[in-house]
Design a protein around this ligand. Sequence first.
Ligand SMILES: *Cc1c(COP(=O)(O)O)cnc(C)c1O
Length: 407
Amino acid sequence: MTKHTSLQHQPCINNQLSIGGIALTRLVNRVGSTPFYAYDRQAIINRMAELRQQMPPELKIHYALKANPMSAVVQLMAGLVDGFDVASAAEMKTALDTAMPVEHISIAGPGKRPAELSQAIAAGITINVESFNELETIAQLSAHTGIAASVAIRINPAFELKSSGMKMGGGAKPFGIDEEQLPAVLRRVHALELDFQGFHIYSGSQNLKAEALIEAQQQSVALALRLLEFCPNGIKKLNIGGGYGIPYFANETPLNTQQVGDALNVQMDIVKAAQPHAELIIELGRYLVGEAGVYVCQVVDKKISRGQVYLVVNGGLHHHLAASGNFGQVIRKNYPIAIGNKMYAEQQETVNIVGSLCTPLDILADKILLPVAEVGDLVVVYQSGAYGLTASPNAFLSQPSAEEVLV
Ligand SMILES: *Cc1c(COP(=O)(O)O)cnc(C)c1O
């Protein structure tokens, strides 16, 4: 296996991977059992600090909890980012339990139930409106409670974010309201007693191409400014999404965030000239936490089938669907993996790593070259800080869940 570009300098203590300054076997003892996810606090702090340097100083950076809603992580993020974006009532509760001011929290997602909308209105967070029906429900709930809901319109733009892992805008989509329908929806918003904040445009996720992100950012700003004509009081917020990706596979190169930040400077000036008091916001999940987390499981069996070596671990796709290749990958590829207690050992055995679920889907690595591993050794899956435990079918085959620690 070609060594992963961003993994060439993993910190080690003796022969072991170190996470948050703790040697892996010691961390296993501290957690008390395997499998578990460990998130490195300092890695998250460093990632944010670096991003701040690269982005325009006035840009607001929000964290999308969906990537990793562990409450300790969200508490840490509350001190690092400018706002939170949530996508359910439970995520809203996690966000409201932090010190983040409610004006900087928003909720997005299709199919928000009246109960969730009422909670969001009572909390005073901004609701990113996804449809005409949702707008009417919010207006009724606002009238009923006497609290003018804070709303932004989520726009499904006519353009697409090119080369994105997951496209969430352009064409027919369940997210947001089509750009063409915006004049009508804005007329309705202004006829209702709502606290109109501005726009939310989220075009896609997991993008490693600076040029594609830059183009989408430009198009998002241009679209919002065209719509100002239908906003008699202007806008207070313009959330242009994110989609900043991280490299997972050996052939991928990290996103050039400096280039994206430089281009955003230009957009910041354009927004300021048109709407001096509006906040320009990006919202990121994976980019902020994805590289700061590992999934750790233990080899419980080693066997040979017709010449191929299988390491069977005590975890699997029920904890880490994405590493198994079943979370939106078209062709299955191996996540970067190490034997965490044999970091300096030579890679000399090609193995398949499978989980303990009785299904052929439960693959963590397919023909990967690693140090010779035995029962009891620790398998570490990198790039696991985002879309890990909560993005996996925990209940499938009724195996135990995994712990999560922030170290
Ligand atoms: C999923 C999502 C995000 C976060 O995406 P990442 O790829 O983790 O950065 C942000 N905003 C919205 C609306 C989303 O749906």
